[in-house]
Structure formats: C-alpha cells, structure tokens
Design a protein around this ligand. Structure first.
Ligand SMILES: Nc1ncnc2c1ncn2[C@@H]1O[C@H](COP(=O)(O)OP(=O)(O)O)[C@@H](O)[C@H]1O
Ligand SMILES: [Mg+2]
Length: 367
C-alpha cells in the first residue's frame, strides 16, 4: 500500500472536530453518540439516551426539513421573509447568468452604495465572497466569480458593511451563544505576497487540519483555495507582492473567535430566534455584520436599521465549534444543548423545525 493510500485510510478512520465534540458532549450527558453504519462516514451519528435513539447529520437535528435547509441556503429569498417580519437585512441585487455584470443595474447599485460585496446567492463558508469592491471592472469580475460557484449561477450584490462579524447560535429555538468572528486581514506592504502572508498565519498552533487534527478553533488556510480567485477578482495575484496599503479580508477564515455570549444584548438573541423560527431552522447560526457597539445595545427599528447592524444570513448546519473552542473567552456548552435537544432530554426544548411557526408575528425590531 502506498503512503498516499495509508494516509487516506487513516483519514477515513478519524472523526471530524464537530463529531468528536458531539461525542464528548453526549458522554458528559450520560448519552451515547455512535457510528450509524459499518461503512465509516462522518455524515451521520446515532444518538442514544433516555430510551431514545435518533439519527443526526453533523449539526443537523433529526427534525430539520429539507425545505428549511433549501430556504435558508437561498440568501435572497430567505432575506425577503426576514424583512417581512421587520428584521434588519441589507438591500441587495440578484444577478443571474442572463444579466449583464456591467449593466445598468450593477452600475446603479455600485454608485448608490460606493462599496459593495458580491457573493454567491447559494454560498457557504465565505467561499466566493468578494468584499470591498469600489469600481466597475472589479465588480464585473467578482460577479463572474460568484456566478461560477453558485448553484444557480446567481450572484448577490449588497452594500459593504463596516464593522465585525457576529454569530448567534440558536438550538431548539433558543439563542444559546454569541461569538465575534474576526477575519484575517492581508495587509499589503509592497514586498510580501499573499501566499507568504498566509504561510505566516498558518504558523499559528491554534490552526488544525485533517493531516494534523486537533480540537482547536481554527483551520489551516489553503492559500490557493481561499484566495487565488478572490485576488484575481481584485486584479491581484497570490504570488506577487500585495500593493502597499491594500487590506484584504479572508472571508472564509478566522483570525480570532471571541466569545461574546454575555456581552451581546438579549434583544439580538430574540432577533436570531425570530429569524430561525421564520425559516424553520431549529439549529441555526445567524450571521450578522456591524460594529460591535451596535450589538451591545438593542437593535434599532425602521427601514434603515441595516446600516447599523444587519443579518447577513441564517445557516442551517451551523459550525458549533466556534462556541465550544473560542480563541478568546469562555467555552459554551452548545454541543450539550444540541445533543439534549436532538434526544429531547428533560429540560430541552421540543422539536421546533416548522417553517414560519407561530413566533412569526412577534414584533421584533418594529420600533
Ligand atoms: N455586506 C457585507 N459587508 C462586509 N463584509 C461582508 C458582507 N457580506 C459578507 N461579508 C464577509 O463575508 C463573510 C461571509 O459572508 P456570508 O454572507 O455569511 O456568506 P457565507 O454564506 O459564504 O458564509 C462575512 O462573515 C464577512 O466577513
Ligand atoms: Mg456566513
């Protein structure tokens, strides 16, 4: 057997960080998380406890519907539903493969907001996102990049929002933890290439990989995968020196994950709960953007509220390890909450994966 094959075999026997954390949490609760099948797969676990047995798929509960997943994956459609109940979402523009990326709509959007972000409408993990676009050629390239990745060749344009990234995690309808996700920034000095800057970031022992798995918060950054197309959209190259003054966010990675569970205003927790309930997402990660100061007080109401802090999207299948393994602050028992919810353990919320539950009409943020 070649070294390469041994490597694959060893990899196949390992569990992902998420499944390891689920297994540990189950054990702490006196429950069990076991492989579902003889064929080892990271996609499923069987949870047993309190006389119940359920099947989960990573952080998907046994109750989550395919419709809710598909709905939350469609940023444009799900935002429309969130806006309808008064939640703050940014204005946006959807361009599909039939639309001219240099057309009047795109030009008008760029003029109106000055700086825009382009992302695949059906995107995940920050892949294909180009932030901070200020001119037409870059916008056209970013649109093509997003469309090439998107499932339906749809690119979503939205204003570039200043501030930081806040992740609110909802389990069984209850918001249980908050984290600030700080993205790595590549700062140009006219000498160092993006590839070299990423290699330096990868020296951080808090980054793990499949080859060197560890229960750590962050992953090793694959330079080519994370940044080659992003830089190309900006007219730059991975191996060339980044121009002095350039500041480029790696949208698919983290520099710090800071627990903010005690700091974020409880009214924002209610926003996250309402957003998830609206979309039928029982275990969700709500991505928000704005200055941290906007999240330590209650959200403002009104049509312009998104300018201060906005919901970017709701993730079904959320990364829960942000809260269990923050780089700064206290770990939060989100995996325990997840296992307890999936098994309906005493005290856990009941299944709540119906789309647009009664909570819909709750007047959140309607001031
Ligand atoms: N409107 C925006 N303004 C500034 N940065 C943004 C904006 N939208 C996305 N980003 C950056 O891209 C990341 C991923 O965006 P998100 O909308 O959550 O897409 P994905 O589905 O890929 O996770 C954000 O965490 C942020 O770093
Ligand atoms: Mg996101």
């Amino acid at each position: 057997m070649s070294a390469e094959h041994e490597d694959e075999g060893a990899r196949a026997r390992r569990w992902s960080r998420t499944n390891l954390l689920i297994m540990q949490a189950a054990a702490r609760l006196g429950a069990k998380a076991e492989p579902l099948s003889q064929a080892r797969t990271d996609f499923f676990l069987r949870l047993r406890g309190e006389g119940r047995s359920v099947i989960i798929s990573k952080t998907r509960s046994p109750f989550l519907t395919q419709v809710a997943q598909t709905l939350s994956n469609n940023k444009k459609v799900s935002r429309e539903l969130l806006a309808a109940i008064g939640l703050p979402v940014p204005p946006d523009l959807l361009l599909d493969e039939g639309d001219d990326p240099r057309g009047a709509a795109a030009q008008g959007f760029l003029r109106r907001f000055g700086a825009v972000v382009v992302k695949p409408n059906w995107g995940n993990r920050g892949v294909g996102v180009t932030p901070g676009i200020r001119e037409m050629e870059g916008l056209a390239r970013a649109i093509s990049r997003a469309q090439a990745i998107d499932r339906d060749e749809e690119a979503l344009l939205e204003p570039h929002l200043e501030g930081t990234n806040v992740r609110l995690t909802v389990i069984g309808g209850r918001c249980v933890a908050a984290a600030e996700i700080v993205r790595p920034l590549l700062r140009g000095d006219g000498v160092t290439s993006a590839a070299a800057a990423i290699a330096a970031l990868n020296e951080d022992p808090r980054r793990g990989s499949w080859a060197a798995p560890a229960l750590v918060a962050m992953d090793v950054i694959e330079a080519e995968e994370a940044m080659a197309a992003h830089l190309e959209a900006l007219g730059l190259d991975l191996e060339e020196p980044l121009p002095a003054g350039a500041s480029i966010e790696i949208t698919s990675e983290e520099a710090e994950v800071i627990d903010r569970s005690d700091a974020i205003d409880r009214a924002w927790f209610e926003v996250a709960e309402a957003a998830c309930a609206r979309l039928g997402v029982d275990v969700g990660g709500v991505d928000l953007r704005g200055p941290l100061a906007s999240f330590v007080r209650a959200p403002r109401g009104g049509a312009e509220a998104w300018r201060e802090a906005a919901i970017l999207e709701v993730n079904a299948l959320p990364a829960l390890h942000y809260h269990a393994l923050p780089t700064v602050g206290a770990p939060r028992p989100v995996f325990e909450a997840f296992v307890a919810y999936c098994l309906s353990l005493p005290g856990a919320p009941g299944p709540c994966a119906a789309i647009g539950a009664a909570d819909d009409q709750r007047a959140v943020n309607s001031g």
